[in-house]
Design a protein around this ligand. Sequence first.
Ligand code: SAM
Length: 302
Amino acid sequence: THFGFQSVAEEEKEQKVYEVFENVASSYDVMNDAMSVGIHRLWKDAFLEKFSPSPGTKLLDVAGGTGDIAFRFLKHVGTPTSGNVLDDFHMPRDVTAQVYLDPAESTSSSSSSSDEETSHTASQQAKDGNYATQPDAMGNHVTICDINQAMLDVGKQRAKALGYTTGLSWVRGNAECLPLPDSSFDAYTIAFGIRNCTHVQEVLNEAYRLLKPGGRFMCLEFSEVKNPLLRSAYDTYSFQVIPVMGQLIAGDWKSYQYLVESIRQFPNQEDFAAMIKSAGFRMVTFQNLTFGVAAIHSGYKI
Ligand code: SAM
């Protein structure tokens, strides 16, 4: 925190979130599809459609994980690929295996998984296998930031398999305090990440600091289903089905139970909009997806 203190509960949350994503990184994409019956892809498409970035946009995608938002962004703005492109954002298993066999990548991956502090300098990050690439020919660029190196490593493998060689860079860091300069991005996105952060208001304040004047903040997150009937069906599904699926598919009950609990503890649509406004954003709006199971919040730094 600002005063250098952190309560035991806060420390525990940070540690728990770290462990959850360390555990789920390799099965994350498969589980996302299974838990949401593929709907998360439609939500992410809707998020990009609402965002509608213009060519030349410099984006910061925070809690970017395995790159779902970043790849959609690059596709939307027309960043060229190396030609070795898969049609889909989800790699078949044999492609993952091939990428793992690449000696350069496997060297950087093994050194990158060390459990160091998150406030890496750019040169340390380069040594860790996080690389900064130039913007593409049209000036498009996305910086993918995540606290968890295991998630970033899966993202890098996917970028390679998708054929993206320009227009993206990877930064390991905590959304509450990022090692990036003020007013340096046109847009900031965070998808299914902010509820995992310990101090949500600090994440929003940091987003405000990092955006250029006129820049746009956009968040996709689970939210509150208001209809009591739908809500009770959704609760049953979340608490009784998701941990079982976590156990069956990923062999991990606890991580998926945590994910469900974190959704219920996150502020609802209106309260979250108020927090975005208190960070300084203007023209704050939200849009529900699938009866409020998820919501897109948007705001501008004016
Ligand atoms: N945005 C991706 C997507 O939509 O598929 C990944 C979402 S995943 C549910 C949440 C991500 O948030 C994980 O990769 C996790 O490591 C990351 N995360 C959690 N706490 C964070 C923090 N304080 N700062 C940055 N990233 C964080």
